[in-house]
Write a protein that binds this ligand. Structure first.
Ligand SMILES: [Zn+2]
Length: 248
């Protein structure tokens, strides 16, 4: 199991809270969804896309309490990474007490967390290399990529909702193609019901295709099919609908 992408912990939760992902200056991206993170003895579970093993954390700092920066070694991707988190109160202002509580709890749990090698030993082969299989079927080789689907209903800013739901996973090529197609089909069916959906949905569809081509190599057939179900299909349905109304 990938220690950087664990299932949401149900037991042994020491600390939990609603936080927003911020940048290194502590600014919150308002279009991004908040996360309800969960801290356990060994992990900080942030979202289904990212878990930070406490033993991989190099340091935790805070920007005068405005945001908490967690700097860690991503052994699977072989790089140093940082994630900034900030809590807000019901007025939308920074919840400094909650931010400092998060820092305190992480630092306390880190002292007794399992060593990183303990968490990684199941995914090392005999030569010591990390060997993580596809998170869907277990096959190798894999690559890390993010695909998502977009939903829009109604007209903003009058009345409407829209949401982008990305999922990052290690996948084999077969499951990456499948994820791209399924996400584009969902976006094709649910992304165009209003504004800004009609503008954003085609971009999201194209973004999934770009991710597939960039990470797994270009394929003309999958590119055409996944663009067709995400853009051409809804456009055809819309034109058919309009013609039906007009002809009537
Ligand atoms: Zn697979």
């Amino acid at each position: 199991m990938n220690p950087y992408r664990m299932p949401k912990p149900r037991e042994g939760v020491i600390f939990t809270g609603h936080f927003c992902v911020a940048d290194e200056k502590g600014r919150i991206d308002d279009s991004a969804e908040g996360v309800r993170l969960r801290l356990t003895q060994d992990y900080l579970w942030i979202s289904r896309n990212l878990t930070v093993p406490l033993a991989a954390i190099l340091r935790v700092d805070n920007l005068n309490g405005k945001a908490i920066g967690i700097h860690f070694r991503h052994e699977v991707q072989d790089q140093l990474q940082s994630v900034w988190l900030a809590a807000r109160n019901w007025l939308g202002l920074r919840h400094i007490g909650r931010n400092l509580a998060l820092q305190h709890h992480i630092e306390a749990a880190r002292r007794t967390a399992s060593p990183i090698e303990e968490l990684l030993k199941h995914v090392r082969d005999e030569s010591g290399d990390l060997q993580l299989g596809c998170e869907v079927c277990g096959a190798k080789p894999t690559a890390d990529a993010e695909f998502g689907w977009f939903f829009c209903f109604g007209v903003l800013p009058i009345a409407g909702v829209y949401r982008w739901t990305p999922v990052q996973q290690l996948r084999c090529r077969k499951h990456a193609v499948r994820a791209c197609l399924v996400n584009n089909l969902l976006t094709g069916l649910l992304g165009y019901w209003g504004f800004p959906g009609v503008l954003v949905a085609p971009y999201r569809v194209w973004r999934n295709v770009r991710e597939l081509n960039a990470v797994y190599g270009r394929s003309a057939t999958t590119t055409l099919v996944s663009l067709a179900i995400g853009i051409l299909l809804p456009a055809t349905l819309l034109i058919a609908l309009i013609l039906r109304v007009v002809v009537r």
